[in-house]
Design a protein around this ligand. Structure first.
Ligand SMILES: Cc1cc2nc3c(=O)[nH]c(=O)nc-3n(C[C@H](O)[C@H](O)[C@H](O)COP(=O)(O)OP(=O)(O)OC[C@H]3O[C@@H](n4cnc5c(N)ncnc54)[C@H](O)[C@@H]3O)c2cc1C
Ligand code: FES
Length: 512
């Protein structure tokens, strides 16, 4: 992911005519070598960094909603007033500058020295929190607890060997060889000590005792809690065919998994990817970037059709074929041996490496054994509270009441997990923040990025607006008159607008 470092527009330190910045409008320029976004809301003029702190997205191409600015790439949301990263995936604030209105000129002065964000409310009475899971939801929750002024004990138990990492990158640039491993940790090691987060790796919890309020790990250690967040994510579904146990058959969930695949690629010429959903296709693209011959095998007629429909399924397939991927659709693998994968129709595909991306299942065994309500995930209410007192759940495991569709949904996507982690943290502190987020995810296929807002498991029709093959298109997934989800290709601003419109129509009243 490249950073938008090119400086555009006027030198704002020299000033611009006030009339150049309309009410509700924005203007991108620079000051002392940094890209600066000016925004006007009535009498208020804001000057903030024009570069998103997630992957460097250009905020000047984003959307201003009230006193926030949203990033066009992955929909992070920042406060224009304080610079605070209000919503993931950005976790760091953006810089702010002081602006002076000198008659008819707006002049950007130095960087604002006032604290970017102070804890919003008085700390709660909770003094001991355990987070089970060191992934997207767990990390975002831990950070939000500290940001909100929580000073008590904070323990994060993770079965992973690695600290919380940028999991989406494991199938993309990192696997393709274009992102160094230094980009993968969400935070440097010293972050955890600095924020008094007791991160315990290799710590798989084996039991939760909700009556005694404690968690027991495989190693027999016990961790008591006043509030517990379950954020155990999902696990890859394993193959169950002859040869599945061979050492060149891989899955991809953790940094160790991605490293193990990369370690095999030096000697690999041909790969078979089992599964044509997001992970399988992203693996295919990354292996093609390493000049490996890739064959994708999947039972469905079109990649991604169940999630995105026929039009986008065909579009995504065509992109991969243009990049040299060969599909074997309507097919499954029957067996694997040291050299080949044999399909159900008898075709034999040579394979030096096999990567299976055949789906994931939510890691709910602990919650189930602890007696929590389960329905294809851990059941939570709008505050992400489970059926057990002081136990919250967030991320891939949580099934929550989605106000937009009126259904209980579970979503396996990064930004949703992080935002739920942030909401759960607020609710651990007693803030009663409803989970009324509009689900969002992105998926990258070579140079084409799809942005998806909303949630549609079933739809009556897909309305295609624009030119899909020209990569300039909006697809609305409608049930009746209502657009449940919107996918855009090459229209990032449209995606932000669709998200803002859905937010407006579903925002819960405070303390609902
Ligand atoms: C390769 C890959 C690429 C992806 N790309 C995208 C993308 O482009 N866009 C997108 O929106 N989403 C993407 N996703 C999905 C996204 O990463 C997940 O939705 C997200 O990570 C879910 O966050 P989570 O916190 O619920 O779970 P996770 O991030 O999976 O974290 C779960 C944590 O729980 C720990 N754990 C599990 N069981 C236990 C236990 N018993 N005791 C202690 N710890 C335990 C695990 O070790 C892990 O640390 C991708 C996923 C993968 C694997
Ligand atoms: S670059 Fe801004 S949200 Fe990712």
């Amino acid at each position: 992911m490249s950073e938008s470092t090119e400086l555009k527009g006027p030198d704002l330190a020299e000033g611009v005519a006030a009339s150049d910045l309309a009410d509700g409008g924005t203007l991108v320029g620079h000051a002392n070598g940094e890209a600066v976004l000016l925004a006007r809301q009535g009498e208020c003029i804001y000057a903030v960094s024009a570069t998103c702190t997630h992957y460097g997205g250009p905020l000047g191409e984003g959307l201003v909603v009230g006193d926030t600015v949203r990033c066009p790439w992955h929909h992070a949301c920042f406060s224009l007033r304080t610079g605070e990263a209000l919503r993931a995936p950005a976790l760091n604030p953006i810089d702010r500058w002081d602006v002076e209105n000198r008659g008819d000129r707006l002049v950007v002065l130095g960087k604002s020295r006032a604290p970017a964000a102070a804890p919003h409310m008085a700390p709660s009475t909770i003094s001991s929190v355990v987070i089970l899971g060191g992934g997207a939801a767990g990390q975002a929750a831990a950070e939000m607890l500290r940001r909100e002024g929580y000073r008590g004990k904070l323990t994060m138990l993770s079965a992973d060997a690695a600290p919380p990492c940028d999991r989406p990158n494991l199938s993309k640039d990192y696997l393709a060889g274009s992102a160094p491993e230094a980009w993968i940790p969400l935070r440097p090691p010293e972050f955890f000590a600095e924020h008094a987060i007791d991160l315990v790796l290799h710590a798989r919890a084996s039991r939760i005792d909700v009556a005694e309020k404690r968690v027991v790990t495989d190693g027999g250690k016990t961790y008591g809690y006043e509030a517990l967040l379950l954020a155990t994510g999902a696990e890859p579904i394993k193959l169950n065919i002859p040869g599945s146990e061979l050492s060149h058959v891989h899955y991809l969930r953790t940094l160790a998994d991605s490293r193990a695949i990369i370690a095999k690629l030096d000697k690999a010429k041909r790969a078979v990817v089992l599964g044509a959903s997001f992970i399988g296709l992203e693996v295919a693209a990354s292996l093609r970037a390493r000049q490996i011959d890739v064959h994708v095998v999947a039972p469905e007629a079109r990649p991604l059709e169940r999630i995105l429909g026929a039009e986008l399924g065909d579009f995504v397939r065509a992109i991969h074929e243009e990049h040299g991927v060969t599909f074997h659709l309507g097919q499954t693998a029957k067996s694997i041996d040291a050299r080949n994968v044999t399909l159900a129709n008898g075709d034999v595909l040579p394979a030096d490496i096999v990567v299976a991306g055949i789906g994931v299942k939510p890691a709910v065994a602990l919650a189930e054994a602890a007696g929590l309500a389960i329905d294809r995930g851990v059941v939570v209410n709008t505050y992400l509270e489970t059926s057990a007192p002081f136990v919250f759940a967030a991320g891939d495991i949580a099934r929550w009441p989605d106000p937009h569709t009126g259904e209980n949904i579970r979503v396996e996507h990064w930004v949703v997990a992080e935002r739920q982690g942030q909401i759960a943290a607020m609710n651990i502190l007693g803030r009663k923040q409803p989970c009324d987020l509009v689900p969002f995810f992105w998926s990258q296929h070579y140079d084409v990025s799809l942005s998806y807002v909303g949630h549609a498991e079933k739809w009556d029709q897909i309305v295609v607006l624009g030119n899909l093959s020209g990569r300039d298109c909006t697809l609305e997934y409608r049930r009746g008159e209502k657009a449940l989800a919107v996918v855009t290709v090459g229209r990032d601003l449209e995606s932000l607008k669709a998200e803002a419109a859905m937010e407006k129509s579903t925002r819960c009243p405070p303390n609902a």
